[in-house]
Write a protein that binds this ligand. Structure first.
Ligand SMILES: NC(=O)c1ccc[n+]([C@@H]2O[C@H](COP(=O)([O-])OP(=O)(O)OC[C@H]3O[C@@H](n4cnc5c(N)ncnc54)[C@H](OP(=O)(O)O)[C@@H]3O)[C@@H](O)[C@H]2O)c1
Length: 277
């Protein structure tokens, strides 16, 4: 099964399908990540906030695969929104993963009321210039956060990782990303399971002989977004990888997109200002 790649705005290629490790217990993360690598995933999405970077790094080391054959993303945690803190946090991420370089580093949340994401973004630009990360981007940025970076910083983020699924289609923000050369990554792509009983989705799945999760993930793929569903269940890890031997029609895509209710499973980035202890 060949996973297509998306070319980011600095030429770096990222597999369009990856494996997310949010809410995987650190004790289970090495095995879960190794299972995903065995199935064929070559893109892992972690974060300092998830507490499992070390175990992702252990899985990469134990996999027998070359480091350059696996695309790894991590994210700057919310307590590090200032230049020196961000530089130090990136060193900590590389050390935890046991890597000499990272593929993609993101600002996890803009935290508009407590941090200065512009200063933080300038630190991300410094990290990119150091050569220890191949691309930098943001997560949970709204249009106005991105606009401030365009106005006051030098580098356009390579990606914007935002919540997207059939109940939150985010078409305005995805279009804005695309207009500015930013690839959209869709987090919680199956809304943590909430969309899987939807009749519009199960009807398409029944017709195609696929699961509701596969149909939903395929919808993302055909819309051009990058996805990394999470599962600790081997059969689901396999199921979520089997997306490239079928196609949705334009009518299927339209029917799924019409399910939008602007319903978030996670926080609103304009209001989320949480800093962990
Ligand atoms: N940047 C951010 O702020 C942010 C926020 C949230 C998530 N993310 C990233 O996005 C990734 C994915 O999002 P997510 O983990 O929140 O949610 P998700 O991938 O939409 O859903 C994961 C949930 O769905 C279940 N599941 C997975 N595949 C399934 C299938 N084929 N059939 C039925 N159930 C299935 C999993 O159960 P089991 O594990 O029990 O099998 C788990 O409970 C994360 O791991 C993380 O990398 C980023």
């Amino acid at each position: 099964m060949t996973v297509p790649t998306v070319t980011l705005n600095n030429g770096v290629e990222i597999p369009q399908l990856g494996f997310g490790v949010y809410q995987i217990d650190p004790a289970d993360t090495k095995d879960a990540t190794l299972a995903a690598l065995e199935v064929g995933y070559r893109h892992i999405d972690t974060a300092e906030m998830y507490g499992n970077e070390k175990e992702v790094g252990e899985a990469v080391a134990a996999s027998g695969l070359a480091r350059e054959d696996i695309f790894v993303t991590s994210k700057l945690n919310n307590g590090f929104h200032a230049r020196d803190a961000a530089l130090k946090a990136f060193d900590g991420t590389l050390e935890a993963l046991g890597f000499e370089y990272l593929d993609l580093f993101l600002i996890h949340w803009p935290l508009p009321k407590v941090g200065d994401y512009l200063e933080t973004w300038k630190a991300m630009e410094e990290i990119l210039a150091s050569g220890r990360v191949k691309a930098i981007g943001v997560s949970n940025f709204q249009q106005h956060h991105l606009q401030r970076l365009f106005d006051e910083a030098d580098i356009v983020p390579a990606v914007n990782q935002i919540e997207v699924h059939p109940y939150l289609t985010q078409d305005a923000l995805r279009a804005f990303d695309a207009e500015h050369g930013i690839a959209t990554e869709a987090w919680s792509p199956i809304a943590q399971g909430k969309v899987l009983d939807d009749e519009a989705i199960t009807a398409i799945a029944d017709r195609l002989g696929k699961s509701a999760a596969q149909v939903t993930l395929r919808w993302h793929i055909q819309r051009g977004d990058i996805v990394f569903p999470k599962s600790v269940t081997r059969s689901r890890v396999e199921e979520n990888f089997a997306l490239f031997d079928f196609e949705l029609t334009d009518a299927d895509l339209t029917a799924i997109t019409a399910l939008n209710r602007d319903e978030r499973t996670g926080p609103n980035p304009d209001e989320f200002n949480y800093i962990p202890d």
